[in-house]
Design a protein around this ligand. Sequence first.
Ligand code: ADP
Ligand code: MG
Length: 144
Amino acid sequence: MMQRTLTIIKPDAVGKNLAGGVLDCFERAGLRIVAAKMLWLQREQAEAFYYVHKEREFFGSLCEFMSSGPCIVAVLEGEDAIKKARAIMGATDPKNAEEGTIRKQFASSVQENAVHGSDAPATAEFEIGFFFSKFEIMQTKRKN
Ligand code: ADP
Ligand code: MG
C-alpha cells in the first residue's frame, strides 16, 4: 500500500551536519522525498506537535530540545512508508537501536535521537497537515 509519512530531522542531527546522512538512509530504503523544508520551531509549535506526550515527564525537556535549533521536516512516500520509516529509524533509545538504523548511527541519547517518524496512518495525516499544505506535496504523476 502506498503511504506517506512525516519525518523530522531533529535539531541535534541538523546541528551535527547529519541531515544528508539521515535522508540518505530513507532514500536508500526506497522512500521518496515528496516535500521538505527547514524551519526553527517555536516552543509553542513543538508543544502542539507533541501534544500526545503532554503528560509525560520528558515533555518540557523534549519541547525545549525541539525548539533549540533548526530542523528539517519532510514527507516521505512509498510502499508501507510508515512502518518502513520506523524500521529504518530504529528504537527510540539509541542504546536499543539495531545496527545500521538511523538512531544507532546518529543519535546521541533517548531525547536527542536524530529523527522523528509518524507511528500510524492517523498520526501521519495529522503530522503532515501540521507542516504542509497539499500544494507543497509533490504529485509524482504530474506531467507539466
Ligand atoms: P518515537 O520518536 O520513537 O516515536 P516517542 O513517541 O515515545 O518515541 O517519544 C517522542 C520523542 O520524545 C522521542 O523521539 C524522544 O526525542 C523523546 N523521548 C522519548 N522518551 C524519552 C525519555 N524517556 N526521555 C527523554 N526524551 C524522551
Ligand atoms: Mg512517537
